[in-house]
Design a binder for this molecule. Structure first.
Ligand code: FE2
Length: 177
């Protein structure tokens, strides 16, 4: 499943740009994690935590879009590591870390790029198309084909993922029904 994404990594270390820094409240959930540094996943979370103040945390949606509720806007953020806007430039692969606080519902949405979520921390009930939600846990990998509706509800801990996109506009804003 990951092989299709591997080619997108080629050359992405050739160019980088400074993207500035901006902290959003959801990034502070990193501070509350109890980490086991012998685990590669927790090592990645620890690195992100150490550098969270120097990263650019973003949101794709705003109150004006009316596609996600206020609870999600107050409690989610992502930081891009690789993508067409940088900091490591790639027009083939988008990769970053997304954080959603407890009790958040991300409604069904879709985009042309195919996507992988690698769960780093927390649990969520994840839906792909109209199937029944499946509880996803740390180290689980979710594959979402192109233009396939997907969404989730987080449980009682922050839900943190490494996301990967490829195969389309890497900054497309998702569509909602
Ligand atoms: Fe997605």
């Amino acid at each position: 499943m990951l092989d299709g994404f591997r080619g997108g990594l080629e050359g992405c270390d050739l160019d980088w740009v400074s993207v500035g820094r901006k902290l959003l409240p959801a990034a502070n959930f990193l501070d509350k994690l109890t980490l086991d540094l012998s685990s590669p996943i927790d090592e990645l979370l620890d690195l992100t935590r150490q550098h969270k103040d120097r990263l650019l945390w973003e949101q794709s949606y705003s109150k004006r879009d009316k596609v996600v509720d206020d609870a999600m806007l107050a409690g989610y953020a992502f930081t891009e590591l690789t993508g067409k806007l940088g900091p490591f430039i790639s027009n083939r692969l988008r990769c970053g870390i997304g954080i959603w606080g407890p009790g958040i519902t991300y409604p069904l949405h879709w985009h042309e790029a195919e996507e992988i979520y690698w769960i780093l921390s927390g649990t969520a009930r994840y839906c792909i198309e109209q199937d029944d939600p499946v509880l996803q846990r740390p180290s689980d990998i979710i594959y979402i084909p192109s233009n396939t509706p997907h969404g989730f509800s987080t449980e009682d801990e922050p839900f943190i993922v490494l996301y990967l996109w490829q195969g389309a506009d890497l900054r497309q804003i998702s569509e909602f029904s």
